[in-house]
Design a protein around this ligand. Structure first.
Ligand SMILES: [Zn+2]
Length: 580
C-alpha cells in the first residue's frame, strides 16, 4: 500500500488551490462583499446561507453549520475519502501526490495505469459477451434483473473456455503482464496461462473514482466456488473496497443511510427493487477501513445479515469494528433476516416497502451489544454481572470519547448495578489519534476555567497564523491552569514547524482530532477583535499577555485556597497580584 502523504505536501496543496474555484466549479457562487455565497448544497434552502471566504479559504453554512476547507468540501460534496479528495485537488493542480517511504511515486503511478487499462478492456469484453449469451441473459432475467440494471452495474459474462481474454487482449507482452498482475489470467508452470473467470456472471468492482479494480464472478448453476474474486493486487485491496459504493454515490446526491450486505447479487437485486443504497463487503467480515469509508459517505449504516449463527457472528465482528470508529452523530444498526433468506431473495419476495420497514425496525447497536452479552452471562448472579461488565468494558474501551460512549456506560451501570464512576475508572479512554500534533499536556490541578479571551486568542491565531511569529505563546501555557491555553501552545508549535502555513492548512492538521470541530468553528468566529484587521497584531499581543497574567492569578489563588505552600518566587508574584 502507498505510504503516508507528507504533511507539507498537503499544506502546500491547500495553499495553492483556491477554495472559491473548487466550490464554484460544483456549486455556482455569487460574490457578496468580501465573501461568496450560494444556496447550501448540504441542506434545502431558498435563500443562500452557504458562505465561502476567499481570505480564510474556508466555507461555512449558517443554516446547517456545514464547514471546512477545500479537502473537507470535496469529501462531503463528492463523498470522497480523505486520500481521494487530496488526489482530486492535486490532479486539478497537475501535481502528483507523493507518499512517504515511497521514492518512486511517478513510477508507481505509471505501473498502475496498464492495470486499470486492462481491467477496463476486460470489463467491456465481458459486457459484450453477456449480450451474446442467451443462457447468461436468461439467468439474470430469472433473478429479476433488467437490462438497465445490468448496464448500470456493468454486469458481464465470462464465457466458458480457457482463453477468452488471452485471445482477445493477450497478444502483446505488456498486456499479458497486466492480465497476470490483475489476476485475470492464472500462470501455470511451463509458461502456460489460462483465464481465471470461466462461465461466470461478472460483477466489476470499482474504486471511489469509478475505476474498475477487480471482478467478482458468480457461477450460473451449481458448483464451487459459488463466488470467485479477483486476487489482491496493486490496485485492488479487498479489505478496503466496498462493492456498490461508487454506484450508490452516483445514484444519490444525499445518502441518508447505507445498507451493508454480503453479496454482489444482494446489492444488485436491492437496486433493482428501488433500494439503491446497498453495498457489499468483499469478504466475510466488514473491516474497520470499510466502516470508516462508509461513515464518510453517510451517517447511518445498517448491517444486514442472515439470522443464523454465521450471520450473528459476522454481525458481532462488524459491531466490534464499528465501536472503534463510531463518533457522535453516527448511527449503526443491525438487521437480521429470517434463516435461509438473503436480501436478494427477501426483497424479491416482499418488495421495497416491506424490506424498508425491516430496515426501519433494525436493532440498534446498544440493543445488539447488551442483548448478546446478556445471553452469554447470567446476570441474576454477581459472578454473571462481573463477567458481563468485564466483557462490555473491553468493548467500550475501544471507543472514542463521545456522548454515545457515556450512554453505553450509563446503560451498563444500570444493568450490573455498579456506579458509572466505578465503571469509568476501569475504562481507560482511547487516546485520540493525532497527525503531527504535539501531545498537549492537560492542566492537572483543580477546576478548569473556561475563558472567552482564550477562544478569541485561538480564533485570532487560526485566522492569522503569522501572529505566531509576532508574539510567541509562553512556554508555560503548555501545562497551564486555564482551559484552552495548552491548545494555544499546540497551535504555536504547529505553526512554528511550518511558518508559512495558511489557516486552511493549519485546520487540516487537526482533522480527525478532538479539536477539529472547535477549531473549524473558531476559524469562522467574528468578533470585534477578529474584525479589527488594522490592529490585529497589537490586539493579539495584548490578549496573550492578559491571559498569561490571569492564568498565574488563577493558579496562585487556587494554591492559596487549597492551603498549598507557595514557593518564594510565587509569594513575590502573589504580592503583586492586583485582585487577590
Ligand atoms: Zn447548509
Amino acid at each position: 500500500m502507498a505510504g503516508r502523504i507528507p504533511q507539507n505536501f498537503i499544506d502546500d496543496l491547500i495553499t495553492r488551490c483556491d477554495i472559491v474555484e473548487v466550490i464554484n466549479a460544483r456549486v455556482p457562487l455569487k460574490r457578496k462583499g468580501k465573501e461568496f455565497t450560494a444556496c447550501c448544497p448540504f441542506h434545502n434552502e431558498k435563500t443562500p446561507s452557504f458562505t465561502v471566504s476567499e481570505n480564510k479559504q474556508f466555507y461555512y453554512c449558517f443554516g446547517c453549520h456545514a464547514k471546512g476547507n477545500a479537502i473537507g468540501f470535496l469529501m462531503d460534496y463528492e463523498h470522497l475519502s480523505y486520500i481521494d479528495a487530496i488526489e482530486s485537488l492535486a490532479a486539478d493542480q497537475h501535481l502528483d501526490v507523493p507518499h512517504e517511504n515511497d521514492g518512486f511515486v511517478n513510477k508507481d503511478r505509471e505501473d498502475k495505469q496498464p492495470l486499470y487499462n486492462i481491467l477496463t478492456q476486460a470489463s467491456e469484453l465481458f459486457q459484450s459477451a453477456l449480450k451474446d449469451s442467451e443462457r447468461a441473459i436468461n439467468y439474470l432475467k430469472q433473478r429479476g434483473l433488467s437490462g438497465e440494471i445490468a448496464k448500470q452495474f456493468k454486469i458481464g459474462y465470462a464465457p466458458d473456455g480457457w482463453d477468452f481474454l488471452i485471445k482477445r487482449i493477450g497478444s502483446t507482452k505488456e498486456n499479458l503482464d497486466a492480465l497476470s498482475k490483475t489476476g485475470l489470467i492464472v500462470n501455470k508452470e511451463n509458461n502456460k496461462t489460462y483465464d481465471r473467470f470461466r462461465d461466470r456472471i461478472i460483477f466489476p468492482i470499482t474504486d471511489q473514482r469509478g475505476r474498475i479494480i477487480g471482478f467478482g464472478g458468480r457461477i450460473l448453476d451449481q458448483g464451487e466456488p459459488k463466488y470467485l474474486n479477483s486476487p489482491e493486487n496493486a490496485v485492488f485491496h479487498k479489505g478496503y473496497e466496498l462493492y456498490g459504493l461508487y454506484e450508490t454515490k452516483m445514484a444519490l446526491r444525499k445518502i441518508d443511510r447505507i445498507l451493508v450486505v454480503e453479496g454482489y447479487m444482494d446489492v444488485v437485486a436491492l437496486a433493482q427493487n428501488g433500494i439503491n443504497y446497498a453495498v457489499a463487503s468483499l469478504g466475510t467480515a466488514t473491516t474497520t477501513d470499510q466502516i470508516q469509508k462508509t461513515f464518510r459517505t453517510t451517517h447511518e449504516i445498517i448491517f444486514c445479515y442472515d439470522g443464523d449463527n454465521a450471520g450473528k457472528k459476522a454481525a458481532w465482528r462488524a459491531l466490534e469494528n464499528t465501536l472503534s470508529v463510531i463518533r457522535d452523530g453516527m448511527v449503526a444498526k443491525f438487521l437480521f433476516l429470517p434463516e435461509k433468506e438473503d436480501p436478494d431473495t427477501m426483497v424479491r419476495k416482499e418488495g421495497k416497502e416491506a424490506f424498508e420497514q425491516r430496515i426501519i425496525n433494525a436493532t440498534t447497536l446498544s440493543e445488539f451489544l447488551f442483548g448478546n452479552l446478556k445471553t452469554e452471562s447470567d446476570i441474576s448472579t454477581n459472578e454473571g454481572k462481573a463477567q458481563l461488565a468485564n466483557k462490555a468494558n473491553k468493548l467500550i474501551q475501544k471507543m472514542h470519547n463521545s456522548i454515545f460512549k457515556d450512554l453505553l456506560i450509563e446503560e451498563l451501570s444500570s444493568l450490573v448495578g455498579l456506579s458509572q464512576q466505578h465503571l469509568e475508572s476501569k475504562i481507560d479512554s482511547k487516546p485520540e489519534t493525532k497527525r503531527n500534533v504535539v501531545q498537549e499536556s492537560k492542566p492537572i490541578r483543580g477546576q478548569q476555567v473556561s475563558n472567552n479571551k482564550t477562544r478569541i486568542a485561538i480564533a485570532l491565531l487560526i485566522q492569522n497564523p503569522t501572529l505566531a511569529s509576532e508574539q510567541k505563546v509562553p512556554e508555560g501555557f503548555k501545562a497551564a491552569f486555564t482551559k484552552g491555553l495548552p491548545l494555544l501552545h499546540t497551535l504555536q508549535l504547529t505553526i512554528e514547524s511550518n511558518p508559512e502555513i495558511s489557516s486552511a492548512a493549519l485546520l487540516e492538521r487537526f482533522r480527525d482530532t478532538e479539536h477539529e470541530k472547535a477549531f473549524n468553528k473558531l476559524a469562522m468566529l467574528q468578533t470585534p477583535e477578529t474584525e479589527n484587521t488594522e490592529n490585529i497584531t497589537a490586539v493579539y499581543i495584548d490578549l496573550i499577555k492578559r491571559l498569561h497574567i490571569e492564568d498565574r492569578d488563577e493558579y496562585l489563588n487556587y494554591k492559596i485556597n487549597n492551603n498549598e505552600p507557595l514557593t518564594a518566587e510565587e509569594q513575590q508574584e502573589y504580592l503583586k497580584t492586583p485582585n487577590k
